[in-house]
Write a protein that binds this ligand. Sequence first.
Ligand code: LLP
Length: 430
Amino acid sequence: MLFGTMTTQDNQLTIGGRTARDLIADHGSPLYVYDLALIKHNLRAFKTHFSSKLFDTRIAYASKAFLTKAMVRLLQAEGTSLDLVSAGELHTAIAGGFDLSQALFHGNNKSPEELELCLSHGVGLIMVDNIDELDQLIERAAASGQVVHTLLRVNPGVEAHTHEYVITAKHSSKFGESIYDNERIAAIMNRYRDQSHVVLDGFHCHIGSQIFDITSYLKTIEVMSTFINKITAQFELSISTLNLGGGFGVFYTDGDTPMDIETTGRTLIRALEEKQITNELSIKTLIIEPGRSIVANAGTTLYTVGHTKRTYGGKHYLFVDGGMTDNIRPALYQAEYSADLANRMTDQKDTHYTVAGKLCESGDVLIRDIQLPAANPGDILAIYSTGAYTYSMASNYNRLLRPAVVFVEDGKSSVVVRRETYDDLLRNDV
Ligand code: LLP
């Protein structure tokens, strides 16, 4: 499926008004290409459809999906909040000129340095993961005389899978505190109450990623409303903020059935509004943290085809000039993708291939089964919907160089991350 500004013209794939062939000629191969208009469209769709007259909403883009300075500048210009999880992401946000009062900081094991950076840079909201972290934060905030706003990350016991959710009795997630652990929750609430430097604005939860089933979120809203009511009554607290995390699924291959942003937004906002009207909830701010659903479909990876090989065992390989170093997801999660030969879009797809990379690892397969035109060396393979968790999870295994990243819009491409050089590889070698 072609997303955003992608079209086929004269047998060529174009993205943002540029052909894949020209993009490779200008910027080299492999290449991460982002359709800037589609990222903007998605950000705006979240803003429009996740809005309510009864409470404010904040869209905090989950940086882990894809972050560069250019992405930070785009988010700042679009007025989006930013969900950060490490000093490295924070550093990138600073370098991109982001207003950190609009940033959220996550992590189940924030380092002393990271907590310090949050305080010294005025990060707007810190997601507290556990009581030890809360103690450290209180100590630091008291020492510097600051008042820090936080949400407590909790685990609502709703485990979402792509097509279903389960309520689990096993609460073994490394993230947050289980809402069913009355003792630990009480200890944390008392700690919050006993001091005035770290303020509890509300709660955060995140139930999974690549979720298609809206009932997972509706169930989470139910469970969290009940929990918040119980806690506010028991500890005489006023809770203003609910953060439902991210996880909204996207289309990768046939069989993926994501809900569009509009339907998702309308459904969840309506459910929350009903709770507000019946006084089962009285929040002032809803936060969501979409990552994948903003960038996945906007990204395409372009590769150059090298050799093909028919094995004795019957596999027909098509080899490309990248692989698990630029996209670890098939090897790590058996993730599936669709693709085309970008310079031969309308040719007959009469040949079955397994697309493999060039890394010394049998698991270095990008697409297990695909029909394509019979490929020749030099053809361009476009793998679609690679915008999330590819560049951000890339490695230099086998000392491969990370590809360049370009943004394309209105017929222009701009390099936002230059291709690594062999000198970059040696930069930290002593
Ligand atoms: N908020 C929190 C607290 C999260 O842990 C995550 C993702 C998100 C938001 C954004 O979720 P999204 O909207 O992107 O689904 N590397 C895996 C995905 C890991 C997701 C981790 N947390 C993958 O490539 O599928």
